[in-house]
Design a protein around this ligand. Structure first.
Ligand code: UT7
Length: 336
């Protein structure tokens, strides 16, 4: 057995920025409501034909460069998204073609906000067993094309942004020592009995008839729907729980962690998680103000922003946790 480590990180957001006031021109909302309830000030949305694999490609080439890895060295691509380019084949296949690395394994992870952490865990397992040496793990989303901008959808639509983040996970020579860069652990969970609390109903095989029809479109079943309060309530319970689970399994205390990279769904969620665990505010790195919720991309995007801001430096111990649709929740701890 050997450990795995994060070799480098990259990210990309589309250039066009939409501030809360811009949204107030398009739908029945206000900067005051969005800022107070979520902390979001702006988000980036794509234009034209840009897809999830396009953003993933941009983030991936930056991650490859940062990790000094040639694309030909990759053994596998894992791409986490809830906004795939097409229903099939998987978006990882489209990314693989864009990167020009035919033949290597390409896998989609569909665990939404938790997808990147699931992806890291899968990469870690493949590397630990010795099967692969270098794996590209990407979180990428284009939400803007699928949002309901009518009053019925405003609770969801104001939250989401487009963007991508990627890391290259590579093999350590052996089992890493505590002070060496490596992934210490991953913990994954799900409870499908809450699947419909945050979901998109259509297209679906569950209809008595076609997967998509004018009637389905007229009802708006193809837009994401969320029971916000229920999601919030579970997020502030599950994120601390899965962080404590990760710390305990490594015999670590909150104070041992140098930086917390949480999923970015709502600034209030992260503040409540921090308070419950007694984490000092300056150790939580948030990006939701600039990017909104980019689902599978929030953690690698935040990681890259933290590196650029000088907040994440080599040798630091980082704890990361996410919660979202499924419900799914997960954590991982790594030394950078
Ligand atoms: O990453 C996936 C995981 N997602 C999450 O973790 C999200 C979790 N949930 C949340 O972050 C919060 O529940 C929301 C931000 C979605 C909502 O915040 P809230 O404090 O729970 O809002 P609320 O449900 O108490 O607010 C509801 C009110 C309603 O008006 P009335 O009935 O009280 O008059 C809504 O019609 O706010 C109204 N409202 C809006 N007003 C202006 C809902 N959306 C909007 C909007 N602009 N965009």
């Amino acid at each position: 057995m050997r450990s795995s480590k994060i070799l480098g990180v990259g990210s990309f957001v589309p250039p066009k920025v939409f501030k809360n006031d811009d949204l107030a021109q398009m739908m029945d909302t206000s900067d005051e409501w969005i800022s107070q309830r979520t902390g979001i000030k702006q988000r980036h949305w794509v234009e034209g034909e840009t897809t999830t694999s396009d953003l993933a490609y941009e983030a991936s080439i930056r991650a490859l460069e940062a990790s000094k890895t040639k694309k030909e060295e990759l053994d596998m691509i894992i791409l986490a998204t809830l906004s795939p380019d097409h229903e099939f084949p998987g978006t990882a296949c489209f990314l693989q073609a864009k990167l020009g690395v035919p033949g290597i394994a390409a896998l989609d992870v569909r665990q939404q906000c938790t997808g990147f952490v699931y992806g890291i865990s899968i990469a870690d397992q493949f590397i630990r067993t010795g099967m692969y040496k270098k794996i590209l793990v990407v979180g990428s989303e284009v939400h803007s094309k699928g949002l309901d901008r009518t009053p019925q959808g405003r609770e969801v639509s104001v939250l989401f942004g487009d963007g991508a983040g990627a890391v290259v996970v590579g093999a350590c020579d052996s089992v890493a020592k505590a002070n060496e860069p490596h992934i210490l652990s991953t913990h994954l969970h799900a409870d499908g009995s809450f699947a419909k609390e945050l979901w998109i109903q259509a297209p679906s095989l569950a209809y008595d008839g076609p997967r998509l029809s004018n009637e389905i479109l007229a009802r708006g079943d193809h837009f994401p729907r969320m029971n916000g309060k229920t999601v919030f309530m579970h997020a502030v319970k599950r994120m601390p729980e899965v962080l404590v689970e990760a710390l305990k399994s490594n015999n670590l205390q909150i104070g041992d962690v140098d930086l917390f990279l949480f999923h970015q769904a709502n600034l209030r969620i992260n503040e409540m998680v921090g308070k419950q665990l007694g984490i000092s505010e300056d150790k939580i790195f948030n990006t939701i103000q600039k990017f909104g919720n980019t689902t599978a991309a929030t953690i690698p995007l935040g990681m890259d922003e933290a590196v650029k801001a000088g907040r994440l430096k080599p040798g630091m111990l980082v704890a990361s946790a996410a919660f979202g649709s499924g419900f799914t929740w997960a954590s991982f701890i790594f030394r950078y």
